[in-house]
Design a protein. Structure first.
Length: 555
């Protein structure tokens, strides 16, 4: 139920906070007082279109917030909304209370659920599961064929069968998806031949992921082997083998150092030692260079083989690369596709059998559901006609029609409510047949019949009393009270009989404060309520007969 409603700077309302009771609530007031402000506020709370004109003149923004408590009678709805809160990452309800809030400015609007920002679409998704508004300009949820099918299922207690059909449909569509996916992956014989050739070309190369770098290094060394041998020999000769070698050049220097050491052994012997070490180092270096030159291989055949290997790798990289790792990964992809192709025939046969079985199971479940729906429809239509008679449609006709529809998760049925308000008129779909006032009363008849199974907790009726009076008004009041035993009901009314039938009554008034028009709304009880009923009767409290009549109606 809607526990409270807070409005700030909405059109003619500077600030308003109202608390509501469950059951049947009536909203009354003079024509033009602004009784429909509750409709406008609830429209905004449930994700309806927000216009900058909603902001009170002189204010920068307006705000509407409402607290909805999910009572014990709506445990399934409470669990559903809890899952939705988790799905959208929103805070959970505290003490089973859901806070809806909408802020509108000149530049746009923002929605909030339990204090966290949400889009208008999410706000509407939650609002559609909480509040059903039946006003003159509303697209009533009950006028939608999908909703009518849902209500028929609830009336017939067919939820388990609907769930079974949905499960069968999910199984069928998933199997069909797998089959189509496998069919789309099918390979023609020429494609298999091409893939086989490509895989063979890569596999025959016996590639390894790390061979390219070492191959290029070995090739570089082999390609320069002659020059390496030449340079090493030249260096060895210059160091120790020629007449002008470094070793020969040191001979006169060593002789001079020997003579110097004989003349001054204490101070110059180190020079001789160092020159001797140089001579030995040059000779050793020359020997190592000769050894290096002798080990350099001049294998033209090996070089040619490396050239061919490098060219092969480059070709494969151009075709399947750009890197060697890409070539190897391409080979694995080709291998996988060919392996799947080889087992595809058997897999296709298995999936086709599975799809046929899933289709058969779905059709059986859908047919069983269709039969049960037809039985429920045959009971629902007469029950609604009976309620329509009480609501003033003495000669009305009402039908629940089922037609075969495209199979889907809800079965293979389309449901439509048909209505003719008067005898002799052709019956047509409810969404086309009735005026706004008639629609409200038809909705009330449907809601009364379905009050034990419909899971929308809050119902708002506007103009339900249009063009009725007398006994019909009393019947409408009685039906509203009946629906109020299962739902929280708001009725914006001009009829005293309906206003007096409410468990609680709220008065909307318009007055002037500081040269500005202000709309207020508050609960009235006892004498104030009697006075409002007297006003609705077209009299004043001075009229004892009217006061007595109002008092009797309230009793």
């Amino acid at each position: 139920m809607l526990e409270s409603l807070y409005i700030r700077n909405l059109v003619l309302v500077p600030e308003l906070h109202v608390e509501f009771d469950g059951g049947f609530n009536t909203v009354t007031g003079e024509t033009g007082a602004g009784k429909s402000l509750i409709l406008g506020a609830l429209h905004l709370l449930t994700g309806g279109r927000a216009a900058a004109s909603s902001v009170r003149r002189g204010a920068k923004s307006c705000e509407v917030s409402g607290v909805v408590r999910l009572g014990d009678g709506y445990s399934a709805l409470r669990e559903e909304l809890t899952r939705k809160l988790e799905e959208y990452g929103l805070p959970p309800c505290e003490e089973d209370r859901l806070l809806l809030r909408r802020v509108i400015t000149e530049s746009g609007s923002r929605g909030f659920i339990n204090g966290s920002p949400v889009t208008a679409a999410i706000l509407k998704e939650f609002g559609d599961r909480l509040i059903d508004i039946h006003g003159p300009n509303d697209s009533h949820s009950l006028l939608l064929p999908a909703k009518q099918l849902h209500l028929l299922d609830m009336y017939g207690g067919l939820q388990s069968q609907v769930a079974k059909v949905a499960e069968c449909w999910t199984n069928l569509t998933e199997t069909h998806r797998k089959l189509q996916e496998l069919l789309s992956e099918g390979l023609a014989p020429e494609e298999i031949a091409l893939l086989t050739h490509q895989l063979k070309e890569i596999d025959q190369a016996h590639l390894t992921a790390d061979e390219e770098e070492s191959l290029l290094e070995r090739h570089r060394l082999a390609a320069n082997s002659a020059r390496r041998c030449e340079l090493a020999g030249q260096l060895a000769q210059e160091l120790s083998q020629s007449d002008q070698s470094m070793v020969e050049a040191l001979v006169p220097w060593i002789r001079a150092a020997e003579e110097l050491a004989e003349l001054d052994p204490q101070n110059t012997s180190g020079f001789l030692n160092r020159l001797n070490l140089l001579s030995e180092e040059f000779s050793s270096l020359a020997s190592e260079l000769e050894d290096y030159a002798s080990r350099v291989e001049l294998d033209e055949e090996a070089l040619h083989e490396m050239d061919e290997r490098i060219e092969l790798i480059q070709k494969l990289k151009r075709r399947y690369g750009p890197t060697l790792q890409d070539v190897l990964e391409t080979a694995e992809r080709l291998r996988t596709r060919l392996q799947r192709a080889s087992t595809r025939t058997a897999e296709l046969a298995r999936l086709r059998e599975e799809e046929a079985a899933a289709k058969k199971a779905y059709q059986a479940a859908a047919q069983e559901l269709s039969t049960a729906r037809a039985q429920a429809a045959s009971r629902l239509a007469p029950a609604i006609v009976e309620k329509l008679r009480k609501l003033g449609f003495l000669k009305a006709s009402f039908e629940v029609r089922l037609e075969t529809a495209k199979p889907g998760p809800t079965g293979s049925d389309a449901c439509e409510f048909f209505f003719a308000p008067n005898q002799g008129e052709s019956i047509s779909a409810l969404r086309h047949a009735a005026s706004s006032g008639e629609v409200a009363r038809v909705m009330l008849a449907i809601k009364t019949v379905l009050s034990e199974v419909d899971d929308l907790p809050i119902l708002v009726f506007d103009e339900i009393d249009a063009n009725i009076g007398g006994l019909t008004a009393g019947a409408v009041a009685a039906e509203l009270r009946a629906v109020g035993t299962r739902h929280q009901v708001f009725s914006i009314t001009h009829l005293p009989l309906i206003a007096a039938a409410g468990d609680a009554q709220y008065l909307v008034e318009k007055r002037t404060e500081d040269d500005r028009t202000v709309t207020t709304m508050h609960r009235i009880d006892d004498d104030d309520r009697a006075a409002e009923i007297v006003r609705m009767l077209g009299s004043t409290m001075k009229d004892k007969t009217a006061v007595a009549h109002a008092t009797e109606m309230l009793k």
